[in-house]
Each structure stands twice: as structure tokens, then as C-alpha cells.
Design a binder for this molecule. Structure first.
Ligand code: HEM
Length: 479
């Protein structure tokens, strides 16, 4: 009630920003003569409290009320921000003029967790690193990784799911642990012991759950909060660092194994120098950070959609398709799973694991009629693009069929686009195809009725408090 009264006050439209010009900009787009209106905000605080409280949904509301692009000037603790779900502006920022933008300052808040890996590096260091990690995600390597992933999933299902037959539990917690085990195994293979992998998973899990308050402007947190969180993160980071340093040294003592990701990274490949210990540790942490919760959230939302009583038809086609998948599938087997591919696409449309991304301008420029200054932040709310009513018919309806037309237009970017798109998209898709088909072949699930998962954004968007299911072993379910 209190927030909705404040929000109504703050969202009253006032005359638009002088940052908008009706002069056609350099790519020739014609602009309207009127300057778009802007919300007036709260005295002294602007819109910062709303952005800090629930940025994703507040921005979605802003864009629905004020049009595809909203420019907010001098927001306390935040600065100038432009939000845009205009595909032409999105393309300018992520593709055509991507070299004029860097990842936003607030991405650096995950530094204690990831170190300087491919997610945070810029310029030449980023280009070099992206080339080094490329082979891990190359289609030929993904083909080899399908066996590794299938083995981890099978082991996890036997250990964690089979004994829970008949029980009700939160499956999102399991997806979290399963995807962590998968990504650690895919990267480290035999270079780490099972004990090291378990310790790594635990430390990563603990630290990931703590970082969200770091994204609020300082003045909205209790004094000392940031210091306390950073200290906790550093403690977890030390465990991860110690283990990954141990692995690094173990690899340096062994001769180079060609076409082994870790060995190639540490020893160097094709005459290129190998990585130092800092680069190795930060890249390992980055890949696990970027690759595990994103995939796990997608799976959790997928369970919510597919097992919803309204979507029984989709579930039947999925089960029939999964039944064709062999125990240890190849990429060729996975490519045949057309229904499941569409289910993944549709889940990531309605519930994009990364609901928004942002960039800082490195120089003054004009984009789509908006005058952007150096250091201004541009936020691209992926979720708003994915839920636009004029583009997607009945946007909140789960309808995987819409992807049968292969309409991958500018309003769909779950993995972002341009040179800094998601390097792990192929891996994530392969992993989800294997997890879903394995679980559907072995078990029957039903959603516990009367649950209403909320969209909670902690960098990624997860269902809160979780997705609760009851499980039956398939063999026993038929007797
Ligand atoms: C459903 C799963 C996933 C989704 C929806 C997703 C989405 C994204 C998005 C939107 C970005 C762009 C972030 C930005 O520009 O701010 C990104 C970047 C990235 N992702 Fe993913 N991701 C997923 C899985 C993975 C996996 C499995 C890995 C690796 C194992 C991974 C590694 C990365 C890395 C390293 C970057 C940074 C790329 C760069 O800046 O060059 N992601 N991801």
C-alpha cells in the first residue's frame, strides 16, 4: 500500500528529458517531434528506491507506461540511466557500436566472486581470453561433453531423486546443485578430485546467495552491510581460490595434454603462452558463476510451465520425444528434440534467466535520437522485450509452438547478442536437453497444487520460494 502510493506519485508524467532530440540521427531513423514524457520521481530520491527494491519489474512497468525508451537523469547513487527495449537501440548498443560501451560499473560488484574473467574483462584482454575459452564451447568439444554431462546427470538422479520417490520437495534446489556439478565436471574433468569438486560447489553456492544487496546504492543499505557481505564473499572466494590454485599447480606438473581444455589453458596451445595462476582461477570462477545459476533457473521455470495442469499437451509430446533419446546421447540425437528445443526457448522468453543487462558509454554519442554522455548507463531489460504485448501474442501464455516459425527477431535475446553474447549458450542448451530428457524418462513429476512462485531477481531471476514437486519412479508409477 505504502509503496503503491509512493509509486503512483513518482510515476506522474512530466515534460521529457532535454536529452531527446527530434533531429534524425545518423542511422537515418525518423524521430517524432515530441519529446517523450518522463516520470517525475520522489523529491531528493528520484526513482532510486524503486530501482533498488525491484529493478526488473519496476523498469518493465516504466517502459509500459512511458514507451520503449526512458531516460532518467541524475538518479541519486546511480547517475544517468537510459532503459531501452527498442530493438534498434539494443542493436546499436550490443552489436553495431558495442566497442563504444563497457560492462556497467556495477558488474564489478561480483569481482570478489569471479575475479577478472571473461565476463568482466574489456578490450584486448577480453578478446584474448574469449579466444582461449572458445574451444570449451566449440561444437566438436560439446559433442565429447555430452557423455560427461549424461554421466553426471544419471549419477545425480540415482543419488538424489530415486530415493525421494513419493516425497514432495523443492526441485529448484536440486537443479542448482546439479548444474553446479555439471559445470565443474565439464570444465575440470579428471583434474579435480570428487572431494575438491564438492567443496568448490559448497563454497560457490554459499557465496552466490549473498551478492544481491551489493547491487543496491550504498545509501539504501544499513551501515556496514557492504563490508560484511564482502568479507563473507572473500572467505568463500579463498576456499575456491585455494582449490583452483592446487589444480593449476597439479596441471603444470603434468605434460601438456592436447585438446584437453584445462591443460591447453594452463600450458598454452598453438605456440601461445599458457595462463598464469590468477587468470586460470578467475576464469574458472567466472564460468561457474555465469553458467550454473542461469541454467538452473531456466530448468526450474521450465518445470513450473511444463508440469502446470494447463500444459498437459506439451508434457505428453515432451515425454514421447524424450523416450527416443538413448542413455548416452550425442549432439546428433539431441538435435532431433524439436519439441524440447521449443520448450527451452519459450521458457527463456517468459522467464529469461538474465532479465536485464547494462553497459556504460565510453564517449558522448547519439543513439536513436537520444544524446548519451560518457559514463551514462544503458540498461537493456531483456524481460520487457520478451513480454511485449504488441510483438508476442498473449505474452504470458506458455506456448512453445510459437517457436516453430523460427522467428528469432530482435525482440528475443535470452543469451544477449553481439560480440559479448553468452559464450556458453550451446553448452547450456545441450545440458538442459540432457537433464530434461533423462529425468522425464526415469521419473514422473507433479506440481504441488496452490503454489505461486514469485520472480525474484538476484542478478539472475529465480522462482521464490522454489518449485515444489512430488516425484514417482517411473517403473513403480506404472504398477
Ligand atoms: C540458460 C542459461 C544461460 C543464460 C540464459 C545465459 C545468459 C547470458 C547473458 C544474457 C549474457 C550476457 C551478459 C551481459 O552482457 O551482461 C551471458 C554472458 C556470459 N555467459 Fe551465459 N547464460 C547461460 C549459460 C551459460 C553457461 C552454461 C556458461 C558457461 C559455462 C555461460 C558463460 C557466460 C560467460 C562467460 C559470459 C560473458 C561473455 C562475455 O562477456 O564475453 N553462460 N550469458
Amino acid at each position: 500500500m505504502f509503496w503503491s502510493i509512493l509509486e503512483r506519485y513518482a510515476l506522474k508524467p512530466v515534460a521529457g528529458s532535454a536529452r531527446y532530440s527530434s533531429v534524425p540521427h545518423e542511422n537515418g531513423a525518423t524521430k517524432s517531434e515530441t519529446t517523450p514524457e518522463t516520470p517525475r520521481g520522489l523529491p531528493l530520491l528520484g526513482l532510486t528506491p524503486f530501482l533498488a527494491r525491484d529493478r526488473t519489474h519496476f523498469v518493465d512497468r516504466l517502459l509500459r507506461d512511458f514507451g520503449p525508451t526512458v531516460f532518467l537523469e541524475k538518479q541519486p547513487g546511480v547517475g544517468n540511466i537510459m532503459f531501452s527495449s527498442d530493438p534498434a537501440i539494443v542493436d546499436e548498443v550490443l552489436v553495431h557500436r558495442s566497442s563504444k560501451f563497457i560492462k556497467s560499473k556495477h558488474y564489478r560488484k561480483v569481482l570478489p566472486l569471479t575475479g577478472k574473467g571473461s565476463l568482466l574483462l574489456e578490450g584486448e584482454s577480453w578478446r584474448t581470453r574469449r579466444k582461449i575459452i572458445g574451444p570449451l564451447f566449440h561444437p566438436s568439444h560439446l559433442n565429447a561433453l555430452t557423455k560427461v554431462v549424461a554421466k553426471v546427470v544419471k549419477k545425480y538422479a540415482e543419488r538424489e531423486f530415486a530415493p525421494r520417490a513419493g516425497e514432495a520437495f523443492d526441485i529448484s534446489k536440486h537443479f542448482n546443485r546439479l548444474t553446479l556439478e555439471v559445470v565443474c565436471e565439464a570444465i575440470l574433468g579428471n583434474w579435480a578430485t570428487d572431494e575438491e569438486k564438492t567443496k568448490l560447489s559448497q563454497a560457490l553456492d554459499q557465496s552466490l546467495s549473498k551478492i544481491e544487496p551489493l547491487f543496491y546504492p550504498k545509501f539504501l543499505s544499513l551501515p556496514g552491510t557492504e563490508r560484511r557481505i564482502k568479507k563473507d564473499l572473500e572467505k568463500a572466494a579463498k576456499i575456491i581460490d585455494d582449490i583452483s590454485r592446487g589444480i593449476f599447480h597439479r596441471v603444470t606438473l603434468q605434460p601438456h595434454v592436447d585438446n584437453d581444455f584445462v591443460s591447453d589453458f594452463v600450458h598454452g596451445k598453438d605456440g601461445k603462452e599458457g595462463a598464469d595462476v590468477e587468470s586460470f582461477c578467475s576464469e574458472f570462477k567466472t564460468l561457474v558463476f555465469a553458467g550454473h545459476e542461469t541454467t538452473s533457473n531456466a530448468l526450474s521455470w521450465m518445470w513450473w510451465c511444463v508440469f502446470h495442469p494447463q500444459n498437459g499437451g506439451v508434457l505428453k509430446s515432451l515425454q514421447a520425444e524424450a523416450a527416443q533419446v538413448p542413455d548416452s546421447p550425442t549432439m546428433a540425437d539431441l538435435r532431433k528434440l524439436a519439441v524440447l528445443q521449443n520448450v527451452i526457448s519459450e521458457t527463456l522468453r517468459i522467464f529469461p534467466s538474465v532479465p536485464s543487462i547494462s553497459r556504460d558509454a565510453t564517449e558522448d554519442m547519439n543513439i536513436g535520437g537520444w544524446s548519451i554522455k560518457k559514463d551514462d548507463m544503458i540498461v537493456i531489460p531483456i524481460i520487457s522485450l520478451h513480454r511485449k504485448g504488441d510483438i508476442w501474442k498473449q505474452p504470458m501464455k506458455f506456448s512453445p509452438h510459437r517457436f516453430e516459425e523460427k522467428a528469432r527477431h530482435g525482440n528475443y535475446l535470452p543469451f544477449s547478442k553481439g560480440p559479448r553474447n553468452c559464450v556458453g549458450s550451446g553448452f547450456a542448451t545441450m545440458e538442459m536437453l540432457i537433464i530434461v530428457s533423462t529425468l522425464l524418462n526415469q521419473f514422473q513429476f507433479e506440481l504441488i497444487p496452490d503454489q505461486h512462485p514469485q520472480e525474484e531477481v538476484h542478478v539472475t531471476m529465480k522462482p521464490s520460494p522454489g518449485i515444489f514437486v512430488r516425484l514417482k519412479n517411473k517403473s513403480s508409477a506404472f504398477h
